[in-house]
Write a protein that binds this ligand. Structure first.
Ligand code: A5P
Length: 236
């Protein structure tokens, strides 16, 4: 059988590798921002999956972490990172680090691709500094659907009707029992949509994160560099 020795990775494989490299570089840069004795919010997702080993490898023995999902908690504990509840830390964190699905030029985020946005938003808001870690393709000119939404199970038919067009996700409920759905309408003005979603009875939380929540976005680009974009939340 002839073996084609010249065949390297396919374009799709190369693209995937570049994206993964971007996530890893952004995650490693964020891990370097953490100092010993800090309290740290850990996000959820494939980019955070690079953050956890990078953080664990720093061997900061005084860290105390809060996880935003069972998956993150499991991985963090396996790596020896101490995980506590937010209550045990009096509801305050020094820094939170998390991925995003989309980042707009104005600093709005869409999060919740993994359905963890409710806990992620609570943790981001509880942190003095919220650092977003993304690969370059997450930077978009205009935010677009889907916007993840967590809904209370009670009265879900009414909530869905009020939020049309929206689709319940074929996924298990969140660890807090909420149903995950995706709002599929236009996003002409993220602030207006954020208000509309938040103001609809039955909505527990939605995946639009305002620029005021974000301290900085670290972008792992295709050239192997990490760029820093300032957010609107001051870094003290
Ligand atoms: C989890 O629900 C999400 O908010 C993630 O933070 C977001 O979807 C980014 O995930 P990736 O790092 O896997 O792209």
């Amino acid at each position: 059988m002839a073996i084609d020795s010249a065949s390297g990775p396919s374009p799709a494989e190369s693209e995937h590798e570049l994206i993964e490299q971007g996530k890893r570089l952004a995650a490693e840069a964020a891990a370097a921002l953490v100092r010993d004795e800090m309290t740290v919010g850990l996000g959820t997702g494939s980019t955070v999956a690079y953050l956890l080993p990078a953080l664990a490898s720093r061997k900061l023995t005084g860290l105390r972490c809060v996880a935003t999902s069972p998956a993150t908690e499991r991985q963090a504990l396996e790596l020896g990172l101490p995980v506590l509840s937010l209550e045990a830390l009096d509801g305050h964190l020094d820094i939170a680090i998390d991925g995003a699905d989309q980042v707009s030029p104005q600093g709005w985020l869409i999060k919740g691709g993994g359905g963890a946005h409710t806990r992620e938003k609570i943790v981001a808001a509880a942190a003095s500094r919220f650092v977003v870690i993304v690969s370059a393709e997450k930077l978009v000119k205009d935010l677009c659907a889907p916007v993840p939404v967590e809904l209370l199970r009670f009265g879900v038919a009414a909530s869905l009707a009020a939020l049309s067009p929206i689709e319940l996700r074929k996924a298990p409920p969140s660890p807090d029992g909420g149903l995950i759905a995706d709002y599929l309408g236009p996003i002409d003005d993220p602030a207006d949509l954020s208000d509309r979603l938040a103001g609809t009875p039955g909505v527990i939380e939605h995946g639009l994160f305002a620029p005021e929540m974000v301290s900085e976005v670290l972008v792992g680009d295709r050239a192997g560099e990490v760029r820093r974009l300032d957010g609107a939340k001051p870094v003290l």
